[in-house]
Write a protein that binds this ligand. Structure first.
Ligand SMILES: Cc1cc2nc3c(=O)[nH]c(=O)nc-3n(C[C@H](O)[C@H](O)[C@H](O)COP(=O)(O)OP(=O)(O)OC[C@H]3O[C@@H](n4cnc5c(N)ncnc54)[C@H](O)[C@@H]3O)c2cc1C
Length: 415
């Protein structure tokens, strides 16, 4: 039986390990931290947003970005770095800010999203997951600006393939009664039924337990992967802080750090950190939290009930590889949530977190082969890594097994 080693113990690496086991491999997983899922998968927004994919790179975004940078509580911050990587990524991002590119990326992510949703159902049943706060309340994207809402509404209403419901304010408050407790004069919203919410961290840990008890799982190795031993164009071992580890194949799924690791093998990955923040606030009997998963589109803030907590996730800061909590950004997030849903949860007792989305310029992940035989990628999932992890894992497992990808990889492969 062939042995595949996955590098990275976040939700993408763990789902990849599971899919590889299901594809008939022996699997082990290398994680640099002493605990699993401490990176971007730790306290993300929890939204399984299969049908509302909305890549950030779009026409009009560069202008909007300038406005956001000037707003005191804007969703974006930019700190110029002495790093060519930041500027190359930014230039590539700007070149992706075109309607045609956005439409193509959206189609690709929608296809991957649908596949991921189906893959999730299979994994959930076969891995016998439970207690991961899974709900399927649907997703409401709400608009403050009347003009912006009118533009979106007319585009959706004239699209014969549209499955989303365009709702005026009254209809929005029927779908989400918590809006009645919001002082914001909302213009309207778009509701997507079937979208889900779950606790990414709990799911990751539970999947790790299922891996541990699988007879073909060889175990977790807590070591830092530093490079690869390549012989005759094939990866034969990963070099780690605990020595070289051999396997028949390797999958890089190390989130943001995939870039450095791939670079050690001469592979350039266009991945840059988009830093985000989250709050996890307890919901008491006195609170009026949103029941559906809500995205305040102009502020770019997500609200999702995860178990007995409200998870609020926000912001996309281009400030380099820095996971420290910036008190000014946290204060800004508290201001926004208190102005938007003041009664939703006990914000005073919230747990604060910052994480780095491993983002590509287009917003599409990079899956599959590299120029080095036996070295595979499952990286660059950006703002949708939890959502897309289940489908991406199955695609990569199929490819490693020598089977054709279950869906077109156009635009989802290493260029
Ligand atoms: C604020 C915020 C909100 C978000 N909300 C959502 C949401 O609502 N829905 C959604 O779908 N997605 C969301 N995301 C995105 C999602 O969290 C990420 O895309 C996803 O977690 C990425 O998973 P990953 O496994 O690739 O990376 P990570 O979770 O970062 O895992 C990478 C792992 O690799 C390990 N590693 C790194 N380098 C090495 C090495 N050299 N050797 C060994 N191990 C290594 C790390 O320690 C880490 O454990 C959000 C992200 C943020 C920051």
């Amino acid at each position: 039986m062939q042995h595949v080693m996955v590098i990275g113990g976040g939700v993408v690496g763990l789902t990849t390990a599971w899919s590889l086991l299901e594809a008939g491999f022996e699997v082990s997983l290398v994680e640099r931290e002493s605990a699993l899922a401490q990176g971007a998968s730790r306290a993300n927004g929890g939204q399984l947003s299969y049908r509302y994919v909305s890549p950030l790179a779009d026409t009009g975004v560069p202008l909007k970005a300038l406005r956001w940078l000037l707003e005191p509580d804007g969703p974006l911050r930019f700190k110029p770095e002495w790093s060519l990587h930041q500027w190359v990524w930014l230039a590539s991002f700007l070149s992706n800010c075109r309607g045609s590119v956005n439409r193509r990326t959206t189609q690709r992510l929608l296809a991957l999203g649908a596949f991921s949703q189906a893959s999730f159902s299979g994994l959930y049943a076969r891995a016998e997951l439970e207690g991961v706060a899974l709900r399927t309340p649907g997703k409401l994207v709400i608009y403050r600006d009347t003009k912006e809402f009118a533009t979106v509404a007319s585009r959706l209403r004239s699209d014969p393939h549209n499955v989303e419901r365009v709702l005026d304010y009254q209809e929005c408050s029927c779908v989400e009664p918590a809006l009645a407790h919001s002082p914001v004069p909302w213009a309207g919203g778009v509701f997507t039924a079937g979208e889900a919410v779950a606790d990414c961290y709990a799911l990751s840990l539970q999947l790790a337990e299922r891996l541990r008890s699988h007879s073909h799982f060889k175990g977790f190795v807590h070591a830092r992967a530093q490079g690869f031993v390549i012989r005759a164009g094939r990866a034969v071992a990963v070099q780690t802080s605990q020595g070289n580890l051999e396997a028949h194949a390797f999958v890089i799924a190390a989130g943001l750090q995939s870039r450095t690791l791939a670079l050690s093998a001469g592979i350039h990955l266009p991945i840059y950190p988009l830093k985000g923040y989250s709050l996890t606030a307890p919901i008491g009997p006195e609170h009026k939290p949103p029941v559906v998963s809500v995205t305040d589109i102009e502020k770019k803030i997500l609200y999702a009930q995860i178990g007995s907590d409200l998870r609020v996730a926000a912001m996309a800061d281009l400030v380099g590889e820095d996971t420290r909590i910036d008190p000014a950004r946290m204060a800004s997030l508290y201001r926004s949530v208190n102005e938007t849903f003041p009664q939703a949860a006990g914000y005073g007792a919230a747990a604060e977190w910052a994480g780095l989305r491993p983002a590509t310029p287009s917003g599409a992940p990079i899956l599959g082969a590299t120029p080095i035989a036996g070295l595979w990628l499952n990286v660059g999932h950006g703002a949708l890594g939890f959502t897309m992890s289940f489908g991406s894992a199955r695609i990569v497992a199929d490819l490693v097994a020598g089977r054709p990808s279950p869906l077109s990889l156009d635009g989802l492969q290493l260029q």
